[in-house]
Ligand binder design. Structure first.
Ligand SMILES: Cc1cc2nc3c(=O)[nH]c(=O)nc-3n(C[C@H](O)[C@H](O)[C@H](O)COP(=O)(O)O)c2cc1C
Length: 455
């Protein structure tokens, strides 16, 4: 769901601008998640102080950075924005700039007929200054005049035409946010800009914990007061405890790795020791920047893959690794994006597809035969683009698809089809004489993944 944060420029106990934000939050709750941020405890801005020293300002900056857009509801004081609103913006335009490139929608409520119009103009000017650099939605001014009479006892706007206009403007703001994010998209030619040292913290980055610390997980968890064990986690569609989530992820049919949009390796489903993994990872690697878990020789290649995913040039990059008569390991690098298509990192799945292939052949009564017309493809290095799994120090020839990381990045979207496997002599074409089994001959007690029967 699209995530917005709202700030009202009043710190008094009763505020019509806050009421307006609360109405917007409740009215659009089915389609937009709006969190109203409290600015009551923000101290008066002082350039000598670092925002990091103040937990209230730090948290405000973090929440704005993580949002897809911001709604600012401004009162009007002396024909300008109130000091409380300006004060917050000063904090957010000094050492930290969370509004930079952020889509902002300005609304306002005031007691009189002018309805905050001058304050809105003033706020727009402030937001477009270089230190703030927000993208303010043009036009579509939402001015709530005579605020004292505008709400009923339940805090709802009384006038249905006003609500209708609000709906129209919200729709435009959702589109405006998408346009801003497209404008902000990086140029695909600049793959070298991929920061493998993870020096560009994102809103989820745990700061002040050394990324290369072997106990990064423990220390970062302590710092964030992370949920654990029996704590419940509300997911997009479900509710699990952390223990259940671990059981679930550790029982996946493949090995999963999560590297975030700052190219920090932050998770793998540790269901086996490195020695028994297809793409070995070790617990102490978690937290590392990707540069620390890749040999230098593959860094440029990895950057290309990540950049293709980040920029939307590709949604999936697939690469074969170890291959042989009984094993064909694939690495699938899938871009993770939020509702607004913003890149959130890479999901790597490493899986041996041979058992699936064997099951499919058994279930459909086919066999693999060598394709005499197959053209051998050029070999590539068995590359682990995400965590580098440098444990695969032995470069594995890709005799199957021959796709290089960059080639896959240019034209990926789906895994390359199996054309020819030089080791097994297998082809994707069924043998001409292989009559598919009748459905009733297909074993019903079969485990679709491994082909193993229950017995
Ligand atoms: C010091 C002060 C100056 C004000 N100046 C204006 C003004 O210039 N224009 C206006 O329309 N309302 C003005 N008002 C009244 C505001 O409309 C009203 O305080 C505010 O917008 C209501 O928002 P709130 O309930 O969210 O605080 C002023 C109020 C105060 C306290």
């Amino acid at each position: 769901m699209v995530k917005l944060v709202g700030i009202a420029g009043s710190i008094g106990e009763q505020s019509y601008n806050r009421m307006l934000l609360e109405f917007i939050r409740d009215h659009f709750k089915k389609s937009v998640d709006i969190e109203i941020l409290n600015i009551n405890d923000v101290p008066v801005f002082n350039e000598d102080e670092d925002h990091n020293d103040n937990p209230v300002v730090h948290e405000l900056a973090r929440k704005i950075s993580g949002a897809n857009g911001v709604i600012l509801a401004t009162p009007e004081h002396n024909h300008t924005v109130p000091a409380a609103m300006k004060n917050v913006i000063e904090w957010l335009s000094n050492n930290v700039h969370p509004l930079n490139g952020k889509a902002v929608w300005i609304v306002g409520a005031s007691y009189h007929t002018q309805g905050s119009s001058r304050a809105q103009l003033h706020l727009k000017q402030i937001l477009e200054s270089p230190g703030v650099n927000a993208f303010v939605m043009p036009g579509n001014e939402f001015l709530l005049s005579n605020a004292k009479e505008a709400f009923d006892d339940d805090g709802n706007l009384k006038d249905s035409r006003t609500v209708g206009f609000l709906e129209l403007v919200m729709k435009k703001f959702l589109t405006f946010m998408k346009v801003i994010e497209m404008m902000d998209a990086p140029d695909p030619k600049n793959a070298h800009e991929e920061d493998m040292d993870s020096k560009h913290p994102v809103n989820t980055t745990v700061e002040d914990v050394d990324m290369t610390d072997p106990e990064w997980v423990e220390k970062a968890a302590e710092k964030t007061h992370a949920a654990s064990g029996g704590d419940y986690v509300k997911l997009d569609r479900g509710l699990l405890t952390v223990d259940q989530l671990n059981c679930f992820l550790n029982s996946m049919a493949g090995e999963l790795t999560f590297a975030d949009d700052n190219n920090q390796f932050i998770y793998y489903n540790k269901n086996a020791d490195a020695a028994h993994m297809l793409a070995p990872r070790t617990p102490d690697q978690v937290g590392n920047p990707l540069s620390a878990v890749h040999p230098d020789r593959v860094i440029e290649h990895v950057k290309q893959v990540l950049y293709a995913l980040r920029t939307g040039e590709s949604d999936v990059v697939s690469m074969p690794a170890q291959t042989g008569p009984n094993q064909h390991v694939m690495h699938y690098y899938r871009a993770m994006r939020d509702e607004n298509r913003r890149y959130r990192g890479v999901n790597e799945l490493v899986i041996d597809i041979m058992p699936i292939l064997k099951y499919y052949l058994a279930a459909t009564g086919q066999k693999l035969v060598k394709d005499p017309d197959a053209v051998p493809m050029s070999p590539i290095t068995g590359l682990d683009a995400v965590t580098g799994a440098s444990a695969h120090s032995d470069p594995t020839t890709d005799a199957t698809s021959g796709a290089s990381a960059s080639k896959s990045a240019e034209k990926p979207a789906a895994p390359e089809p199996v054309k020819d496997d030089a080791l097994t002599g297998a082809s994707e074409e069924p043998a001409a004489d292989a009559a598919p089994k009748k459905p009733e001959e297909t074993p019903t007690d079969t485990d679709a993944t491994t082909g193993a029967s229950e017995s």
